[in-house]
Write a protein that binds this ligand. Structure first.
Ligand SMILES: Nc1ncnc2c1ncn2[C@@H]1O[C@H](COP(=O)(O)OP(=O)(O)OP(=O)(O)O)[C@@H](O)[C@H]1O
Length: 645
């Protein structure tokens, strides 16, 4: 993983310094490719502002805003500026909310209009709660706050509303733009390619209105905009400075050549070809980059294993074949589903993918993050407990039980007989069997046992789903923990409550029927303990050995096609239309993802493409200028050294 740390200044850093030192404030864009140390440059800029202007800014109660994409990035940057309160480091939502939350009158006016808009668009049944919200809003003036999903009746705006409302307010009220510039004369935006375009427009508007008094800097890489909602390349007028950070400190020369080639074909490359970042006294790291083109007919992964063994032997690097723990080798697939298939938790995966619409989206999202309430008792409690038992860490297991087991709580309160401790220990041993990696027991049996033995409390949201199964009579009266089902935020959706509950019940039915052992593989995957990851999910990370799997034939997403990217398949009519309208087509979307995936390698890169007719594909790729790999690095089955070993 990344090392971070204080590196020397680059030419780009010097250009940034000259802009932020200038008394006439202005806007700039930093285009920084993969592995260029973007965040390091941003932190350097913040520190520079602090050193040169901190006293003056503090004296006038001004702050420097740094907007980042994730909470983890907020923590990292806050630590790197020593948590100095001069810096307001936050995610986009909390920055925007901080700007407008004092203006409750304006917020109410906006919400009123938004409610009218929703009522107009929806059927009377779907609009009923908005009519109620409007009555409340008109009846008394609620104070609005924000949470992940909106509930106007309760006075909550959601994430989406913040992104819609605040830019509209900033652009609609020039006084607000002036207040933003006064409060935050410097705003630096990290990962600007993923920032919502409406927010970028609002900041551009502030800059235009307050020119000379407001400095906004966008740090990003348009090539790494892999989520659809991001703004991509940020552009300004002739007063803006565009700075290119050309170094790549991460990849060895053969990988750098590949990613530069991929980048060079994109209309979103920001006109950036990267050069090897050279540190004094360090020669470039050795490394290699190969493309293997193999037949897609085979169902299992034996060809991937052959490529790994081949590289291990060819390069004398055993970790290519032995890297199974996620530390030394990362295998990047397109979809989580393809990792689930390989790691053996496909039933679990499909249970959380069955629902449609917004409910389905929410379920999938929380499953991918491991945060859905149905999963948490197992992921956060039972598996860590079982792992402690397996590792013979009795003290740790007991500490966990003391923190969550209702039965042990009763015992500690002196209300249970002496043998309770032995019984809890026996129950824990039984759970270890139920949750063994190869356990075929259904999840419902695992939960029934853990709840009946008082190992975990009951989450009330699980109750109705469990009660559909046999032998759950004991649920009445057992200790519960967590919100009641009705407390869940509804969110902006057309689905009726009945639809939502039916979809949820169906998904929970499939989940409870899954073999419990699958939860172990899923847990390892979530914790990064397997070699698999998704091409989207590794953005921002780096690994020594990277194996990228291009398997269009297995993917259910038609948004991406590696065969189209590499010129082996014709673009569709829709792609042609998109190209004509300068919109992103399948090849461009895939190109960005390919750039992100390949640019993770600190040492070596192997790309394996599965295709129907590898011989023709190899011939075409070797002849093509569009293929990022040189002809001599494109291999087929016959080149795999250890085929018959
Ligand atoms: N000036 C520098 N000198 C030497 N090494 C550097 C320098 N800047 C960054 N690095 C190293 O280069 C690697 C890449 O840096 P980092 O991960 O911050 O890049 P990034 O711009 O965030 O990349 P990406 O966009 O691909 O996530 C890290 O291992 C980092 O420690």
């Amino acid at each position: 993983m990344k090392t971070g740390g204080g590196h020397g200044s680059t030419e780009a850093d010097e250009q940034i310094t000259s802009i932020i030192d200038d008394p006439v404030k202005r806007a700039f864009v930093v285009i920084a490719g993969a592995g260029s140390g973007k965040t390091a440059s941003l932190v350097k800029a913040l520190r520079r502002i602090g050193r040169e202007q901190g006293t003056a800014l503090r004296g006038r109660r001004r702050r420097v805003a740094c907007i980042t994409y994730t909470n983890a990035a907020v923590e990292e940057i806050t630590a790197r500026v020593d948590a100095d309160p001069l810096f307001h480091v936050s995610t986009i939502h909390s920055f925007l909310w901080g700007v407008v939350s004092p203006f409750q009158g304006m917020i109410r006016a906006w919400v009123r209009e938004d409610i009218d808009r929703v009522i107009e668009q929806r059927s009377p049944e779907a609009a009923a709660k908005y009519v109620e919200a409007r009555e409340r809003l008109d009846g008394h003036a609620p104070r609005f706050s924000y949470q992940p999903t909106r509930d106007y009746r309760k006075g909550f705006l959601g994430h989406n509303e913040i992104l819609r409302m605040v830019p509209e307010m900033i652009i609609g009220y020039p006084r607000l733009a002036a207040i933003v510039a006064q409060s935050f004369p410097y705003v630096l935006v990290d990962e600007s390619q993923d920032t919502d375009p409406r927010v970028v427009e609002a900041l551009k508007y502030v800059e235009y209105q307050e020119r000379g008094r407001f400095c906004v800097g966008f740090f990003g890489d348009p090539m790494q905009r892999i989520y659809l909602q991001g703004s991509g390349l940020v552009t300004g007028d002739e007063t803006w400075t565009v700075i290119r950070k050309r170094q790549n400190w991460r990849c060895p020369p053969p990988v750098l050549r590949v990613i530069n080639h991929i980048r060079g074909q994109s209309p979103q490359d920001g006109d950036l070809q990267q050069v090897l970042g050279e540190e004094e006294g360090h020669s470039p790291r050795p490394g290699y980059a190969d493309l293997f083109v193999l037949p897609s007919a085979q169902e299992d992964d034996s060809l991937v294993d052959q490529v790994r063994d081949h590289l291990a032997v060819r390069e004398g690097d055993a970790l290519w074949s032995q890297g199974t723990d996620g530390q030394h080798l990362k295998i990047l697939v397109l979809e989580h589903r393809l990792a689930a298939l390989r790691l053996g938790f496909e039933d679990l995966d499909s249970a959380f993918r069955k629902a449609k619409g917004r409910t389905g989206e929410q379920l999938r999202d929380e499953y991918i993050k491991g945060t859905h309430w149905s999963l948490k008792p197992v992921l956060d409690r039972l598996i860590p407990l079982v792992e402690a038992v397996e590792d013979r860490k009795g003290v740790a297991a007991l500490a966990m039980l003391r923190s969550f087991s209702p039965r042990l709580h009763t015992f500690m309160d002196g209300d249970a007989p002496a043998q309770t401790l032995t019984e809890v220990k026996e129950a824990t041993d039984t759970l270890t069997g139920l949750l063994a990696s190869d356990s075929q027991e259904p999840v419902v049996a695992l939960l029934r046992y853990a709840l009946r033995e008082g190992i975990i409390p009951l989450d009330p949201r699980l109750k109705s789903h469990l009660s559909r199964h046999d032998d759950f009579d004991f649920l009445e009266g057992i200790r519960t923990e967590g919100p009641e089902p009705d407390d869940e935020p509804a969110g902006p959706t057309e689905e009726t409550r009945r639809d939502r509950l039916a979809m949820l019940a169906e998904a929970m039915g499939f989940f409870l029927a899954c073999p419990a052992g699958q939860l172990r593989a899923y847990h390892d995957y979530l914790r990064g303990r397997s070699p698999y990851g998704t091409q989207h999910g590794v953005k921002g990370a780096e690994f020594e050995r990277v194996l990228v799997l291009l398997e269009d034939h297995r993917s259910k997403w038609n948004k991406y096609s590696y065969e189209k990217l590499l010129g082996l398949r014709e673009p569709s009519d829709a792609d042609r239309r998109n190209i004509g309208q300068e919109k992103e087509d399948t090849a461009e979307r895939t190109r960005k993802l390919f750039y992100v995936a390949c640019s993770r390698a600190t040492r070596s890169l192997a790309v394996v493409m599965f295709t129907k007719d590898p011989d023709t594909a190899i011939r075409r790729l070797r002849e093509s200028d569009d293929c990022p790999f040189p002809a001599e690095n494109i291999h087929g089955m016959e080149d795999l050294l250890v085929r018959s070993m």
